[in-house]
Design a protein around this ligand. Structure first.
Ligand code: GLA
Length: 400
């Protein structure tokens, strides 16, 4: 009898713990996060105004859903150990803020850290995981980014499993964003733990540079693309590689922003804008809300693209899309415009991972330029184009 009871208890345990919420993030999450532009300068006014701007700019209609507060929202823990928001910056409290964001038809995200303190020196969740998860659930939080500073000897997989189980037991579906910078190869274990995991250190707001901060390095958009090599087979619906948040609108040229955004779409990356949406240029909005590029990112197959060729600063990337279609991106990494001739008849795309292939000698595809938003012929004629410096030609190939 005792044994049967134990068995029932154990079965219930694994039903409640040891899993993540099903059906969250079937396509890469889309939203906004405060860090890239505002760092620690967050407040409820910023979040409310950003939620308003998400609606008024058309970002919401384009599919952006999450308004995420990054580091530095925290005040102290109360006498029972429950975390309180910084009362100067968030005087109305998090529940009221979540209600406001929800009233706009959007979702709200928050940030914590597996260690004793966050990277910004605020209280971390170590030893308070279940309390924090419960608090977030009570506030109505929909997304948690969980960082990796001040972890003194913790093992990543175990620490993230603890928070996953805490979220699960708090019983509110919360997208779980793992942020340990790829240190312990999260792609090998994080699929069952979270919905997305950072693959690299922080992005730096440049097209092609590297910033050495002494004890850590941050990476330009192109360096991050290079660091994704070999990772595509680990991602798919519900579990995504995260090459970090977007820098579109934060100072790169429009060409560079377009190339950065296009490559994130080719990588089926989470699209988390990181600019000031309250003051956004038409040009930046045109990039962030290009529905045809977004459709590549959000394609239901959820298969990351891959580099097909690389020569003289020109990279050709392909991404299998549903319905037998492909996305193709010709990326010009050089500082000069480049003429590119792509003779379809001599090319054959074979992707062992998706088991898809495109033989252009036997199948003719129609070509759609996703930035010019026009059809530009078919694969029956050689592609002969000039791609501006630090820019892309991004195409959708559909069977004729
Ligand atoms: C780390 C993360 C960043 C950001 C900061 C906040 O560096 O990788 O994305 O969340 O911490 O302090």
């Amino acid at each position: 009898m005792k044994r049967i009871l134990l068995l029932i208890v154990c079965v219930t345990c694994t039903a409640v713990y040891g899993q993540k919420f099903a059906g969250l993030a079937p396509t890469p999450p889309m939203g906004w996060n405060s860090w890239n532009k505002f760092a620690c300068d967050v407040s409820e006014d910023l979040i409310r105004q950003t939620a308003d701007a998400m609606v008024s700019t058309g970002m919401k209609d384009a599919g952006y859903q999450y308004v995420n507060i990054d580091d530095c929202w925290q005040g102290q823990r109360n006498s029972q150990g429950f975390i309180q928001p910084d009362s100067k910056r968030f005087p109305s409290g998090m529940k009221a803020l979540a209600d406001y964001v929800h009233s706009k038809g959007l979702k709200i995200g928050i940030y914590s850290d597996a260690g004793s303190k966050t990277c910004g020196g605020r209280p971390g969740s170590r030893g308070h995981e279940y309390q924090d998860a419960l608090t977030y659930a009570q506030w109505g939080i929909d997304y948690l980014k969980y960082d990796w500073c001040n972890v003194e000897g913790l093992k990543a997989e175990g620490a993230y499993l603890t928070m996953r189980d805490a979220l699960y037991s708090a019983n509110r579906p919360i997208v779980f964003s793992i942020c340990e910078w790829g240190n312990s190869q999260p792609w090998t274990w994080a699929g069952k733990v979270g919905n997305l995991w950072r693959t690299t250190g922080d992005i730096y707001n440049c097209f092609d540079c590297k910033m050495d901060h002494g004890t850590w390095v941050s990476w330009g958009a192109m360096q991050i693309v290079d660091l994704q090599k070999g990772l595509r087979e680990y991602a798919g619906p519900g579990h995504w590689n995260d090459p970090d948040m977007l820098e579109v609108g934060n100072g790169m040229t429009a060409n560079e922003d377009r190339a950065h955004f296009s490559m994130w779409c080719m990588l089926a990356a989470p699209l988390i804008a990181g600019n000031d949406l309250r003051n956004v240029s038409e040009e930046t909005l045109r990039i962030l809300t290009n529905m045809e590029a977004i459709a590549v990112d959000q394609d239901a197959l959820g298969i990351e693209g891959f580099q097909y060729s690389s020569q003289d600063f020109i990279e050709v990337w392909f991404k299998p899309l549903s319905g037998g279609a492909w996305a193709m991106c010709l990326l010009n990494r050089s500082g000069r415009p480049q003429k590119i001739e792509f003779d379809w008849k001599k090319e054959k795309v074979m992707d062992g991972f998706s088991k898809r292939e495109a033989g252009f000698d036997t199948t003719v595809y129609g070509l759609r330029d996703l930035w010019a938003k026009k059809d530009i012929g078919t694969t029956a004629q050689m592609l002969d184009v000039e791609v501006p410096a630090h820019d892309v030609l991004m195409l959708r190939l559909s069977k004729q």
